[in-house]
Design a protein around this ligand. Sequence first.
Ligand code: 5GP
Ligand code: MG
Length: 189
Amino acid sequence: MTNIRSIAIPPLTADLERVLIDADTIQRRVIEMANQINHDYAGITEPLVLVGILKGSFIFLADLCRKLTVPHVVDFIAVSSYGKGSTSTGNVRLVMDTRENLEKHHVLIVEDILDTGYTLDYLVRNLKARGTRSVNTAVLLEKPDRHKVEVHLQYVGFTIPDVWVVGYGLDYGEQYRTLPYIAEMKIPG
Ligand code: 5GP
Ligand code: MG
């Protein structure tokens, strides 16, 4: 039988500068965030709809929802921002909508990272316009130096410096998403 404690943590590769947030620290913080959400939504009569933004939020969402004791359902949405490169342009476009009709539901948008804020600003406004009962946001990471628009965040995991991070759902060219920790990338070029 495999002892789960013996599963090796993938080492840093040459492209990664350092581990910014280790796996245990992430797990402890996710539990704290879930406890806060359980507290804030205690007594809701309809299930809370967790809307994960694909793809980056899928691991955070998976860990977070399994610590929730309030009734909830899981859904996903996908967006893209026009323009190439690693910086949001502000032209956010919905590329996949939720399955559920969100009207009259309490919604919690679950996102990996708030950078410029364009993505969440767009989605909060889009989902509010659907006659939802409430729209709140839970983000694992926030880069405060980068905000272009103000987005009110109810739940924030960690505030990080303006560096490109990967792991725990976050990618660089689809790589590194499944690392259990969050690492800083070496700046390419
Ligand atoms: P915003 O619209 O807030 O600028 O963009 C947020 C999106 O940009 C996130 O959902 C994520 O996809 C991407 N992003 C921003 N910073 C990083 C980062 O450091 N690493 C990764 N992997 N994605 C990031
Ligand atoms: Mg994203």
